[in-house]
Design a protein around this ligand. Structure first.
Ligand SMILES: *[C@@H]1O[C@H](CO)[C@@H](O)[C@H](O)[C@H]1NC(C)=O
Length: 205
């Protein structure tokens, strides 16, 4: 259970490591943490009317070259297009962030297992993944879920956008923080589509 150890020693629990140590977590808080830490794949949902919707709807997110991409439908590891994200929520350990922000963790490789944070690059608005030293200067949260616990939110909103790389025709995920179609970050000529990121719970973990 190397992964379990990694979590326990390097990342505090969702409602606060201090509370956990002082034994003040209520049963309810512990249950809430356990629910947040259930692992899920991230699948794309796109309701835009487009002839190219088949390239996007239902695709599963994979990780490659520090960035987050659309991979095959219902992809599982090992996957030739990248490491299929296996994610969960946990508090981002940074005393400078008040209130504490919930981060989005993902396993990024199997052997040896490694966990990274998914974050929004503050200079490019790309979703990226990296360890704490890489991510801390960027937008690391707050991540959350919609009321039905299906949709993933960032800062309470669902402004995720898939952007096509014109050379490879691969779609990459960005966050449209200004809600203006990423006008300051992505050339107008690139194909973009607003997408939802949805949790698909991984059975048995
Ligand atoms: C964090 O990731 C960067 C880039 O991959 C790496 O250079 C650095 O050694 C990592 N730091 C830790 C503490 O693992």
């Amino acid at each position: 259970m190397v992964i379990g150890l990694l979590i326990l020693t390097s990342i505090p629990t969702v409602t606060g490591v201090a509370q956990a140590i002082s034994g003040q977590k209520t049963q309810k808080e512990r249950e809430k943490d356990a629910k947040r830490m259930k692992k899920f794949h991230i699948d794309i949902s796109c309701e835009v009317q487009s002839t190219r919707i088949g390239e996007i709807h239902g695709k599963r997110l994979v990780l490659r070259d520090d960035r987050v991409w659309l991979g095959p439908h219902e992809a599982l590891n090992p996957c030739s297009e990248g490491y299929v994200a296996e994610s969960f929520y946990i508090e981002y350990p940074d005393n400078e962030r008040v209130p504490v922000e919930i981060g989005l963790v993902t396993q990024v490789r199997d052997d040896p297992p490694l966990l990274n944070w998914i974050y929004v690059d503050k200079d490019t608005m790309e979703l990226k993944y990296g360890n704490k030293s890489v991510s801390i200067a960027h937008h690391v949260g707050p991540w959350d879920w919609t009321e039905d616990e299906k949709g993933i939110t960032f800062d309470g909103k669902e402004r995720f956008t898939a952007v096509e790389d014109p050379k490879t025709h691969r779609w990459q995920i960005y966050y449209d923080m200004d809600s203006d179609g990423l006008s300051r970050y992505v050339p107008n000529s690139r194909r973009k589509m607003s997408v939802r990121l949805e949790r698909t719970l991984i059975p048995g973990v």
